[in-house]
Design a protein around this ligand. Structure first.
Ligand code: HEC
Length: 146
């Protein structure tokens, strides 16, 4: 009996040691998914502006939020935590993944600048290039869960 309780104590101590690690991993996944959700909301808003139904007063701001968030995205993937919809190739092909994310951030920054200096039509053209970057990366590095 005594031996059992020592064993189970040892086991629960182990569990307690492991739990914060698991919770931290989930936070890492939640964080990078939150960054992606911001992309989705911003491109969604820009698509609504493109449709002409929504006034374009906030065009520059949405482009800027997208560009600023794009700068945060690579950092969000730096911790090597597989899970969510992320494919493990992200970390085994880190040079390629980070190149794509950096190019995406540059395209988004260019989009914000174009929106400010050239207006709606030019900005929406650039949005097409940005959306291509989303899709190309997802095709390679995202395993979409149905
Ligand atoms: C360089 C790669 C890359 C680029 C660029 C990229 N994504 Fe992602 N995206 C990912 C990966 C990887 C995941 C899976 C993350 C996870 O679940 O841990 C993801 C997940 C998502 C998700 C799901 C988030 C969730 O709730 O689970 C959405 C939505 C999304 N991306 C939208 C976008 C949009 C919109 C863009 C472009 C404006 C974009 N992404 C650009 C790699 C990328």
């Amino acid at each position: 009996m005594r031996r059992f309780s020592i064993l189970s104590y040892g086991f629960s101590a182990l569990l307690f040691a492991a739990l914060p690690v698991l919770a931290a991993d989930q936070d890492v996944i939640d964080y990078r998914e939150a960054v992606m959700k911001i992309f989705n909301e911003q491109t969604g808003a820009l698509g609504q502006i493109a449709s002409g139904v929504v006034p374009d007063d906030n065009l520059v701001t949405h482009m800027q939020v997208l560009a600023m968030t794009a700068q945060t995205a690579l950092k969000a993937f730096e911790p090597k935590v597989p899970g969510g919809e992320a494919k493990p190739g992200i970390w085994s092909n880190w040079a390629d993944f980070s190149k794509r994310m950096t190019e995406f951030a540059q395209q988004s920054a260019a989009g914000a600048k174009i929106a400010k200096e050239q207006g709606k039509d030019a900005a929406l053209e650039q949005l097409v290039n940005i959306a291509d970057d989303c899709k190309d990366c997802h095709d390679t590095y995202r395993q979409e869960k149905k």
